[in-house]
Design a binder for this molecule. Structure first.
Ligand SMILES: [Mg+2]
Length: 98
């Protein structure tokens, strides 16, 4: 199953419900899940990191679906079709750039 298919399945599962609750509610859940990911990272809990990354991805896809964003296409366009130099041009303070 590719990313496009997964996003479509998320739409089928929760798309209508997500439309009813609205994007700001979805965003607040995403932030909550990012907080849970931060805690898992801090504790170096590999199983929890895996679980929370899935939660974050699910919420990102929920929000993308509400705006008809094709995440697979955007990721390819924005990152995978560029060189590392182009991608990281505006990044500061990354250890490998020092
Ligand atoms: Mg979670």
């Amino acid at each position: 199953m590719d990313l496009h298919e997964i996003q479509r399945r998320v739409w089928e599962l929760v798309g209508e419900k997500d439309r009813m609750v609205g994007e700001m509610f979805l965003f607040s859940v995403l932030v909550e899940e990012i907080g849970e990911l931060a805690e898992a990272l801090r504790k170096k809990d590999k199983e929890r990191v895996s679980e929370e990354l899935a939660d974050v991805m699910f919420m990102v896809m929920s929000i993308a679906n509400q705006f008809e964003v094709d995440l697979e296409a955007r990721l390819v366009e924005k990152y995978l079709s560029k060189s590392l130099e182009e991608i990281s041009r505006s990044w500061r303070d990354v250890p490998w750039k020092r």
